[in-house]
Write a protein that binds this ligand. Structure first.
Ligand code: BDP
Length: 597
């Protein structure tokens, strides 16, 4: 799916800003049929939860309404007119005046609708977007809704980060020609010093397509005719971790020498491959350093914010990180573009977090419910999961920064039914994108002995908390456990292995001379212990600390104002561990492949 853009043949209008807002109320069914008159205004993009002081809004379960007036430019007379919503978490419904236009399920991937026949150039229309935050056993991520004694509906879910909702990314109005470029796929390969670029342009109707590749200075380096084909770029500049180089593919639909539509797709020439126990980028071994992140900041919640984007990437560079995982959902497209431009490597994850009923039951000491069953996560869940994979790949397939798909976080992969659930999803991912390795983040209950799906994947990404949830405060025991377990995975699977999560909650300002959980020293020592073990395993290909920054969670006895495993605080101040990581990662530059940036 193409990101909307200005081009010689297209126009793009941002609808960001303040929108009239309300949550669904019994007194006002069908809110879209009139003007929203609650007096509330919500910022777009932003999650709505933390904007207001009213807990009924923060904890609302169900529909919320956003509304604004939109004027269609008078000159848009012969083009198609689209509305594009970058994210409506978790379900969106679009209304133009009184008409329902369409809906989309899935809170972290974009959707667009052709509204040409409902609006008129030069005239204003009332745009209402309904956003629903409900999670059930057949949504991705999953959840369940309970009713409290006083009748309030409450959302329960199986992940710890707060269920922020709303229009958390931008909304756009754009025009595009009737006959237009609808999709572009670019796959690159390297032959000697030549970049081999296979492209496929989908047009809205059979068309004459012309493509040109431009280098970073805008100089044309290759061209071709036809909707699909291959371009060869001699002496290509490769996209490398820490040294991004981007080309542009200008795709044009031409008719009698006239350019009818023009769309520019950025791409990088690079390859990704798993060979034996190595992870290779451009044929060279790569070692991941970095974090699992979250889209999370005070007040905005999961709302995209360019200022945080820039600052977070500055901090990644400062600390010597070369990568991150989009835990636990696809991030804003602005983030992916930024990673492309700045040479940061991304493991791109779907929103399938919490397909695991054993974790909560197990932690609470209660009986566990089977995770995969007709009553729990079933064929409908799997279908929603498949759709999440399709939409992620459709959106992110052309990003050179994306080197691997992570199709789930901590599913109950040791349980009966896991293989039947996951095998078709892995196959789907490979069919949609045969070029990138596929992984999942392995929960601590799934060991090399009892996991049922690991062999289906290319890279073992483990989430392990020895020294935190297990052997709390006892790093010596933790080290023994960790080493034993990692060696077990290595011996059994012989695949590249990396730590996708390891971390310790830490309150900045808390100190101790002993191994005291929650102190800054403990976080640093905990990471240090992990690193000693990682360094002793030759097939280890990376370390991503949990988490980049502290983040908001739902209420819970395990959390003090959110999850505090950040190496940076929620407002991005370094804890002691950040300095320790910086020393390690910057020092690794000459020891581990691909870590210089
Ligand atoms: C892991 C989850 C992650 C949590 C983390 C934690 O993947 O989302 O935030 O544990 O407990 O199990 O800090």
């Amino acid at each position: 799916m193409l990101k909307p853009q200005m081009s010689p043949t297209r126009e793009l209008i941002s609808l960001d800003g303040l929108w009239a807002f309300d949550i669904e109320r019994d007194s006002r069914p069908q809110a879209w049929t009139g003007t929203l008159d609650s007096g509330l205004e919500a910022a777009v993009p932003a999650s709505y939860n933390d904007l207001f002081v009213d807990s009924a809004i923060r904890d609302h379960v169900g529909w919320a309404w956003y509304q604004r007036k939109v004027c269609v430019p008078r000159r848009w007379t012969s083009d198609r007119i689209f509305l594009r919503v970058d994210a409506a978490t978790h379900e969106g419904r679009v209304y133009v005046n009184d008409s329902f236009v369409g809906q989309h399920i899935g809170g972290y991937t974009p959707f667009e609708m052709d509204i040409t026949d409902l609006v008129a150039p030069g005239e204003e229309f009332r745009l209402t977007i309904g956003v629903n935050n409900e999670l059930t056993n057949i949504t991705i991520p999953p959840g369940s809704i309970t009713v409290a004694q006083d009748g309030r509906r409450q959302q329960k879910y199986l992940h710890d980060f707060y269920n922020y909702a709303g229009l958390s990314r931008s909304v756009w109005l754009y025009s595009a020609p009737q006959q237009r470029v609808e999709d572009i796929t670019v796959v690159t390969d390297i032959e000697g010093t030549t970049g081999v670029v296979t492209y496929d342009v989908q047009a809205s109707a059979p068309s004459t397509v012309r493509v040109r590749a431009l280098d970073a200075s805008g100089t044309q380096v290759a061209e071709a005719e036809g909707a699909a084909g291959t371009l060869r770029i001699e002496a290509a500049n490769l996209w490398k971790p820490g040294a991004a180089y981007l080309y542009n593919l200008v795709a044009e639909i031409v008719d009698n020498g006239e350019v009818i539509d023009s769309y520019t797709q950025t791409f990088g020439v690079r390859t990704v491959e798993v060979r034996g126990a190595e992870f290779l980028i451009n044929g060279e071994p790569f070692y991941f350093t970095g974090f699992g992140k979250h889209e999370d900041s005070p007040v905005r919640g999961k709302g995209h914010d360019d200022a945080y984007l820039v600052h977070d990437f500055q901090l990644l560079e400062w600390v010597g990180a070369n990568s991150f995982r989009t835990s636990h959902y696809p991030y804003a497209e602005e983030v992916m573009d930024f990673a492309d431009r700045h040479g940061i490597v991304v493991i791109d994850e779907t929103a399938a977090v919490g397909l695991n009923l054993a974790v909560q039951g197990g932690l609470a000491g209660g009986a566990t419910t089977p995770t995969f069953s007709p009553e729990t996560f079933n064929d409908d869940t799997q279908a929603a999961h498949a759709q999440a994979i399709r939409e992620l790949i459709a959106r992110d397939k052309n990003h050179p920064s994306v080197v691997m798909w992570c199709i789930a976080n901590e599913p109950s992969s040791n349980e009966e039914g896991a293989r039947e659930y996951f095998a078709p999803l892995v196959e789907l991912t490979r069919t949609l994108d045969p070029t990138r390795p596929v992984t999942y983040a392995v929960v601590m209950f799934a060991t090399f002995k009892n996991d049922r799906i690991a062999d289906l994947f290319d890279v073992m990404c483990l989430n392990r908390y020895y020294g935190w949830y297990v052997a709390t405060g006892d790093l010596a025991t933790a080290e023994t456990y960790l080493k034993g377990e990692l060696q077990g995975w290595v011996d059994k699977f012989g695949k590249p292995i990396m730590m996708a999560e390891y971390g310790a909650d830490t309150l900045p300002g808390l100190h101790s001379v002993w191994d005291m959980p929650w102190t800054e020293e403990y976080q640093a020592d905990y990471l240090d212990m992990n690193h000693r073990v990682f360094d002793s395993i030759p097939s280890f290909v990376g370390e991503q600390v949990w988490n980049f920054a502290d983040f908001q969670t739902s209420n819970g006895i395990h959390r003090v104002d959110g999850n505090r495993k950040g190496v940076f605080t929620r407002d991005r101040k370094p804890k002691s561990a950040a300095h320790a990581l910086r020393t390690r990662w910057r020092g690794l530059e000459n020891q581990k492949p691909g870590t210089s940036n």
